[in-house]
Design a protein around this ligand. Structure first.
Ligand code: ADP
Length: 862
């Protein structure tokens, strides 16, 4: 096989080589007629990804050049496959007129990479696709996150390194589709799992060039007003993103572009564990749903994306949270208003992305039609929302939910009711909308009428009843005469094509009318395309106003969605205040409750105040400890995200962060043991939590031996209680009932236990949380529930009884004392073992040994 350089020298290959040299890191798709073709190494890479045959083009004795191709109609699905495989794709398309015998003009019209997508077929409507650039220098990291559709550019800086926890949390929030870094940057190991990484030349991260690019993109004369000077590293990252857009042929619109410098204290930081533990975006088990799915009763793609974005960063300011809660309350009060709002929102299409496609010049006739319909829906939604008596958020959104003046009318006057998928065949523009187009259509139609009548008149003239006028794409219009009547063909017929039973002819008159029809059609389509491009430009000029209206519709949609969920699930409005208390009455776990079905979930209370900072929750496995922990975190998160909550009453002092250490995730790929992961996560919490945090710790110390486990768990609770920077609201669940003694010497620790009813060997979980500590673990009972065979259970009970007799750990909370520490550091050896160890086996007869064994066995089984 040849490669691109050694293959022959056809004009098209010469051009292809030049394009390939400009885009060495992309697969170049060359439009040749109805196909997109790839050559050389690109073909070899792409063919298996696309599942198409790798063929070759012969160059005589020199050999064959690998190539493969895909039909142009199916191009979107093939681009998707290449992007999913981490490839970049350059589209080298035909842009000039196709004239036979001349090389068509071709240009690279788009360079697609995972973070630079605006094409509808390639985007997930429910998620934002972002390109995130990172610059690290001297212990700081600058971040620029850009959505090429809405053209929102978020800039911020954080302290730390690329592989630090803050960057990890921010990337989890941003959920990038592609990341850009300076060539030569040391890439942290975890990055590969986040998104494809694209290294760019250091020059595109240069400060001066970045300033210039931002100035050009925004049209700002000076950068002072943008606030970017406070984040110099993020500014450099922004320069790289903008340069990358240029390369991708993404048009930056001054109408759309919004640069926001983000300050760190506005939102609650959530780490990846907490996101996963609280099942924000995906569920943990096989069954049930994620919190996002539970909350999503949105009616528009803007609403769906906004809901997800808000859930990824709950708020910390009481006022902003209150505004969101006011909206839900108002919509709950106004049933009719809410119903009308839902109806009008349902008529809305993905305005944000429709506008983006108009800006990029890739809108189809149906996209323009969708803008027309959405303008109408915006008007009704706005007026419905203005009629609702509500707080600042809805009032403001209602005011912004408007279509630009006259846009809908202009689109309605221009476009047909039913629109074709593409502009290539015509039929998108309404008759009467444009005089030129009407004339072209009329000229074509006169000629078509002539052609339609021609068959009858020629039959008459020639006397051939079976004569027929037809059309095909290759030969155009023709008169077909069956061979039987060949001798009656008139003089002026010129032969064009011979078939098995017939001859096809043309006449000068036919040719002339054909030319009129075809030419008129071609010009009419060109004129239609001009008019459609004009309409798209008309929309692009108003992109700012339309994007603002789309965002307002999204806000209204999220509010109605949360109102619907609050009503269906019987949630209540939480009181969010600046205190550091937490009081929940009748709290439920939103997801477990839904899975169990109505009336089966047992609600529980919880209270933290200045006097009570740590709750040690004991109870057997399967009692509901973990559910209680998660529900508490979920309720706080829901409240700060601005939602009603699953409880009868809730007063929530704003938390700066929620830390969760729940369950045992094995980091097998990272080579860390369960216990190591557990300890690393606990260490991170102890270092990062503040007095405003909520800390949820489940079964700390489970991953090691009992004595290690109890000791570590105790030390962690003591530290949380005593370290002055901590003293944070902490829920600590453990099946080590020994830890209940902590409440006796740590004043701000409270004991709680999950109630179980014991009836002989049977226990029943009530899932009710009551004050006080559990006095035993019920491990053997749980083993029985799990189906461990009877013989094993009997033996386990024997062993347990013996152990409890021989080596009592500290008792329950009621008569607890410092004995705990004693019993851990000074466990008394079992006398049976002591005696066994001291036996002089060599000096014993077999009979004496057997007798001793029987005696020891009896003592051990007591
Ligand atoms: P633990 O953490 O104590 O081992 P879990 O929280 O995992 O226990 O709960 C075990 C099961 O008990 C859950 O899967 C759930 O079905 C049920 N459960 C837990 N809490 C409740 C509750 N408050 N009401 C009803 N069922 C509950």
């Amino acid at each position: 096989m040849l490669d691109l350089d050694t293959a022959g020298d056809t004009p098209i290959l010469r051009e292809y080589r030049a394009i390939k040299a400009e885009h060495p890191d992309a697969i170049v798709l060359a439009r040749l007629g109805d196909f997109f073709e790839m050559f050389g190494a690109d073909a070899e890479t792409a063919a298996p990804i696309l599942g198409v045959q790798l063929t070759g083009r012969g160059f005589g004795a020199a050999g064959r050049l690998p190539m493969c191709g895909v039909p142009h109609q199916a191009i979107a699905q093939h681009i998707r496959k290449l992007l999913d495989a981490g490839q970049r794709v350059a589209i080298w398309d035909q842009v000039g007129e196709v004239v036979s015998g001349r090389l068509v003009r071709r240009e690279v019209t788009r360079v697609l990479s995972p973070g630079m997508v605006v094409e509808a077929e390639l985007l997930d409507p429910s998620a934002v696709s972002r390109c995130v650039a990172l610059v690290a220098s001297h212990g700081r990291v600058g971040v620029a996150a850009f959505d090429p559709n809405t053209q929102h550019l978020e800039l911020f800086e954080v302290a730390g390194d690329l592989d630090g926890a803050v960057v990890a949390d921010e990337l989890a929030r941003l959920d990038p589709s592609e990341m850009l870094v300076e060539d030569g940057t040391a890439i942290p190991a975890g990055f590969a799992a986040i998104a494809p990484l694209t290294p760019l030349a250091g020059a595109v991260f240069d400060t001066t060039r970045a300033e210039e690019r931002v100035r050009r993109a925004t049209g700002a004369v000076s950068l002072d007003g943008l606030g970017v000077s406070a984040v110099p590293l993020a500014l450099r990252a922004a320069g790289a993103v903008l340069a990358y857009c240029e390369r991708a042929h993404i048009v930056i619109s001054q109408e759309l572009l919004r640069i926001a410098v983000r300050t760190s204290d506005s939102a609650m930081r959530l780490d990846a564990h907490t996101r996963a533990n609280l099942e924000l975006f995906s569920r943990l088990g096989e069954r049930g749903s994620s919190l996002l799915q539970l909350l999503d009763a949105t009616r528009t793609p803007m609403g769906t994306r906004l809901l997800r974005a808000r859930l990824a960063e709950p708020l910390r300011q009481v006022e902003a949270i209150t505004h969101r809660l006011d909206s839900i309350a108002a919509l709950l009060d106004d049933r009719d208003g809410r119903r009308h709002l839902r109806e009008s929102l349902s008529g809305m299409r993905d305005l944000e992305r429709l506008v983006a496609r108009c800006v990029q010049g890739i809108a189809t006739p149906r996209d323009l039609g969708a803008v027309r319909e959405t303008c109408a829906a915006l008007e009704t939604t706005g007026s419905v929302a203005r009629a609702i008596r509500a707080g600042a958020e809805i009032t403001d959104a209602a005011a912004r939910c408007r279509a630009p003046d006259g846009l809908r009318e202009r689109l309605a006057a221009l476009l047909c009711d039913d629109l074709p998928a593409t502009a290539s065949e015509g039929g998108a523009i309404r008759p009467g909308a444009d005089a030129d187009l009407d004339n072209l259509r009329a000229a074509g139609s006169t000629a078509r009428t002539y052609l339609a009548a021609l068959e009858a008149s020629e039959r008459e003239r020639t006397g051939i009843r079976s004569l027929r006028v037809g059309y095909n794409r290759v030969f155009g219009y023709f008169i077909e005469v069956p061979n039987a009547h060949r001798d009656r063909v008139p003089e002026d017929y010129a032969r064009k094509q011979t078939l098995a039973g017939a001859e096809r002819f043309v006449t000068p008159d036919l040719k002339e009318h054909e030319a009129i029809v075809l030419h008129a059609r071609e010009r009419a389509i060109a004129r239609e395309q001009e008019l459609l491009a004009g309409a798209a430009a008309d929309i692009a000029i108003r992109a700012g106003a339309l994007a603002d209206a789309a965002a307002a519709a999204g806000t209204l949609d999220v509010a109605q969605s949360l109102a619907v969920v609050a009503e269906e699930q019987h949630w209540v409005r939480p009181t969010v205040d600046p205190s550091s208390n937490l009081a929940i009455v009748g709290g439920r776990h939103p997801l477990v409750e839904r899975m169990l079905g109505p009336g089966r979930f047992v609600p529980n209370d919880l209270e933290f105040d200045d006097e009570a900072r740590i709750v040690v929750l004991t109870g057997p496995n399967m009692a509901g400890k973990s559910t209680f922990l998660r529900q508490t975190a979920s309720i706080v998160l829901l409240a700060q995200f601005g939602s009603f909550v699953p409880a009868d009453e809730a007063v929530i002092g704003v938390c700066d962060r929620i830390f969760t250490r729940i369950g045992a995730h094995d980091d097998l790929s990272g080579g860390l043991s369960t216990f190591m992961v557990e300890m690393a996560e606990t260490a991170a919490i102890l270092r990062q939590a503040t007095e405003r945090s909520l800390v949820i710790l489940d079964e700390i110390g489970r991953g090691t031996s009992t004595y290690d486990g109890v000791s570590i768990a105790q030390a962690v609770v003591e530290y949380l209680h005593d370290a002055p920077q901590l003293n944070c609201r902490t829920l600590f669940a453990t099946h080590f009932h020994e830890l209940t003694v902590l409440a006796t010497h740590l004043p701000r620790v409270r004991n709680a236990r999950v109630e179980v009813v014991e009836n002989g060997a049977e226990i029943t979980f009530l899932h009710r949380i009551v004050p006080g500590g559990a006095d035993r673990s019920y491990g053997v009972h749980v083993a029985r529930l799990a189906g461990i065979p009877g013989g094993v259970l009997v033996r386990a009970r024997q062993l347990l009884a013996a152990q409890e007799r021989e080596r009592p750990l500290a008792g329950n909370g009621e008569h607890g004392s410092d004995q705990l520490t004693l019993s851990i550091s000074d466990p008394r050896p079992n006398p049976v073992v002591t005696e066994l160890a001291s036996l002089d086996l060599d000096g014993m007869t077999p009979i004496a040994a057997l007798n001793k064994l029987a005696e020891l066995h009896e003592r051990a089984s007591m």
